[in-house]
Design a binder for this molecule. Structure first.
Ligand code: SF4
Length: 170
């Protein structure tokens, strides 16, 4: 987690992890690329952004361009079609930058075996700063994972029924 740690350490005031980061890295800006999954993880990320999770209050926000992103969120197994897209997004991001895998497929391919079209997960292909497990992880689990980078816990969602998972989770 070296790169992300560098971002976070630089953004924290002295005094410990109870204080929110300040400066241009606050909120931490996320860019999402689905490299070929079933879409479930991506839908959970949409629910996180639009639902009652106070993502902004926790210090995170999605951006539509990698050029303004601090962290690349990847969902799904890496397909041959999306490999150059992922590489281009990574290269477009300013340094320092971090890489987070959301869901099992992004790390090891999950339910998608390697074949002529699928290259598998990012494990052993890239330095992954954080893996948020699940198939798919719920929005609250994604937010908990992101907050763990700060050494903090996410606040529960305003609507307790939404705290466990969005309607896309089984
Ligand atoms: S981890 Fe599960 S929900 Fe996410 S892309 Fe893979 S199969 Fe779909």
């Amino acid at each position: 987690m070296g790169l992300i740690r560098a971002v976070f350490d630089a953004a924290f005031r002295q005094g410990g992890a109870r204080l929110k980061p300040v400066g241009p890295r606050w909120p931490l800006l996320l860019f999402h690329v689905d490299t070929g999954g079933c879409g479930g993880c991506g839908m959970e990320l949409q629910a996180l952004a639009a639902g009652p999770y106070d993502m902004q209050g926790a210090g995170f926000g999605f951006v539509p361009s990698p050029a303004s992103a601090d962290v690349l969120l990847v969902t799904g197994p890496l397909t041959r079609t999306m490999a150059p897209v992922l590489e281009a997004a990574w290269q477009a991001m300013p340094k320092p930058k971090g890489l987070i895998c959301v869901g099992g497929c992004a790390v090891d391919g999950g339910i998608f075996p390697e074949n002529y079209a699928v290259l598998g997960g990012l494990d052993r292909k890239a330095t992954v700063d954080l893996h948020i497990p699940g198939c798919p992880p719920s929005p609250q689990q994604v937010l908990d994972g992101l907050c763990s980078l700060f050494g903090q816990r996410a606040q529960p969602a305003q609507n307790s029924q939404a705290a466990g998972s969005s309607s896309t989770s089984s």
